[in-house]
Design a protein around this ligand. Structure first.
Ligand code: NOJ
Length: 558
């Protein structure tokens, strides 16, 4: 069978130009998507069996969080072997089959690449520790003697993002206390030394390995972290928050990272079909983020500034404008995200934003009806913006954050390291409900386990419960994605024009299309400007006007 996405030069199937500029990319968190073998963990065969669902949903591509060989100290973001599939998730043949099946269905596949750190079980790190001081493998990481008379203090004052110091002391082969090594995340995630040529060579080879297997791109984990300041100088500040916030950090967003991405771009461009890379780059300003997507670097960068924007007209409009302007300056498309595996689901977070917790690090319970209403309006707004949209699995079902997981089931390493920045990420990682009245709701075989417990209320949120049900969140997403594909105004790049509206209303046109969102507290009446294509919730329409309740969005054709 000829693949719908065909790489052959002589393919009869045309490869669309710059498919990624307005692509809708669906994030799959493999351990929580679909479990084929009943061990309670999702896996690649499970994902493969559900690809038709994603085709029917109408997304263009999937991004898979890591499925490589890993002790799972950070849910796979601790990679022990970059060219092997962890047995928990399947085999390399499963990965190959998944890529082929996805292409046959017209879906592209983006995989996660974790270049800032490896697992402490990676061959290089194990040898570095086992061989003791002087091992050439130590130069591939950041090993240093400690400070203090007996080397008992960490080499510098950097804190780990997950809490505690960013350094762990090793034990020498003879049992004496040894050097320390750097880990910006968990101790099981030692940072690579990107000044070492072997590290750069290795990652170029890893890129080619997956490109040869047919992947369409990479999501680059901690893309802003690879290069550290020479000499690893002290931060000189007390709290870990400053690790991210300071303008010129010794460990993040160093100018040197851009040379790495230029060399990666040359590799991506060697392959047919526009293979892409998207940066997870937490830089202090949108302009600094835009530097990652200059024409000779990566293709996209996540827009975390937008994700953290409050639910009000002024902030939304300002951030949308700023995002478009920053990306326009470098010729890159803007990207938009509301949820991912590291943040509180936007069903909860956008209401929490009312309390000032815009970043949504700590989930709190919210009124589920109000939370879903706002989330649906926000999703229609997101999907109407020019550029590329990233969806996180389960948001199309309106899944809420699970806020009451008992500590003993939680696996986020930051939760157990206490006070870490990202300590509450399990609540957005609860496995997907597919069908049925009882957990695991088709996530795995009937009666089987799931690595995190699913709430009882999820029976009515399952795919089967929402499929073909008018007004369901799944139906809303399907309809929105179908309109996004077919409406010429939504296909055109960078054509957003603001339209003034009543207080609390955000409105913009895109060549024959209008999006109107009521972010205010009460209902508003707006003049009818054309045919209503879609609404995120119930609206009142008469021949001249439409009344939108609070937290409701409407798409019009003009
Ligand atoms: C960002 C990933 O999204 C997150 O899940 C992970 O814990 C850190 N990077 C470290 O790899």
């Amino acid at each position: 069978m000829t693949s719908v996405i065909d790489r052959r030069e002589d393919s009869a199937v045309a490869v669309p130009v710059s498919w990624w500029r307005d692509a809708v990319i669906y994030q799959i968190y493999p351990r929580s998507f679909a479990d084929s073998n009943g061990d309670g963990m999702g896996d690649l065969p499970g994902i493969r069996s559900r690809l038709p669902y994603l085709r029917d949903l109408g997304v263009d591509a999937v991004w898979l969080s890591p499925f490589y060989a890993s002790p799972q100290a950070d849910a796979g973001y601790d990679v022990a072997d970059y060219r092997t599939v962890d047995p928990v998730f399947g085999t390399l043949a499963d990965a190959q089959g998944l890529i082929t099946d996805a292409h046959d269905l017209g879906l592209r596949v983006i995989v996660d690449l974790v270049p800032n750190h490896s697992s402490d079980r990676h061959e290089w790190f194990r040898r570095a520790v086992a061989e003791g001081p002087g091992s050439p493998f130590r130069d591939r990481y950041h090993f240093r003697p400690g400070r203090g008379a007996g080397g008992e203090l960490p080499p510098n004052d950097w804190p780990s993002i997950f809490g505690g110091p960013a350094w762990t002391r090793t034990t020498n082969p003879d049992g004496t206390p040894g050097e320390w090594y750097l880990h910006l995340f968990a101790p099981e995630q030692p940072d690579f030394n990107w000044d070492h040529p072997a590290v750069a060579d290795e990652f170029r080879t890893i890129l080619r390995f997956w490109l040869d297997l047919g992947v369409d791109g990479f999501r680059i984990d901690v893309a802003h972290g690879l290069v550290k300041a020479q000499g690893l100088p002290d931060l000189g500040v007390e709290t870990q928050w400053h690790l991210l916030d300071v303008g010129v950090s010794p460990c993040f967003d160093r100018d040197g990272v851009h040379d790495i991405y230029r060399s990666w771009r040359r590799i991506l461009d060697e392959y047919p079909g526009e293979r892409i890379a998207v940066a997870e780059a937490w830089a202090p300003t949108l302009e600094r983020v835009a530097a990652y997507v200059r024409p000779d670097e990566l293709h996209q960068a996540f827009n975390f500034s937008y994700l953290g924007t409050g639910w009000n007209v002024a902030d939304q409009r300002r951030m949308i404008d700023a995002s478009l302007a920053a990306m326009r300056a470098v010729g890159a498309p803007a990207t938009w995200t509301l949820s991912n595996h590291d943040v509180v689901r936007h069903t909860n977070r956008l209401l929490q934003a009312d309390d000032g917790d815009v970043a949504g690090r700590r989930p709190t319970a919210v009124d589920p009806v109000a939370g879903l209403r706002r989330a649906r309006a926000a999703s229609l707004l997101l999907l109407a913006l020019p550029g590329s949209a990233y969806l996180y699995q389960g948001e199309e079902l309106g899944l809420p954050e699970v806020v009451d997981l008992p500590p003993e089931v939680r696996q986020d390493p930051a939760f157990h390291r206490a006070a870490g920045q990202d300590g509450y990420r399990d609540g957005c990682r609860v496995p997907i409900p597919w069908h049925g009245d009882q957990a695991p709701y088709g996530f795995g075989p009937d009666g089987g386990p799931s690595w995190l417990p699913q709430p009882e209320a999820w029976a009515e949120l399952s795919v089967a419960a929402q499929e073909n049900v008018p007004g369901s969140t799944l139906s809303l997403y399907r309809a929105a994605l179908a309109i996004r594909r077919s409406h010429p105004g939504l296909g055109a790049p960078d054509n957003l024009r603001w339209v003034d509206g009543p207080a609390g209303v955000l409105q913009f046109d895109r060549d024959g299309f209008r999006c109107t969102v009521n972010l205010g507290a009460g209902a508003v009446r707006v003049d009818r400007v054309g045919e209503v294509l879609l609404a995120s919730g119930p609206i009142d329409a008469d021949p001249d006007a439409v009344t939108l309740p609070a937290d409701t969005a409407v798409w019009w054709s003009r």
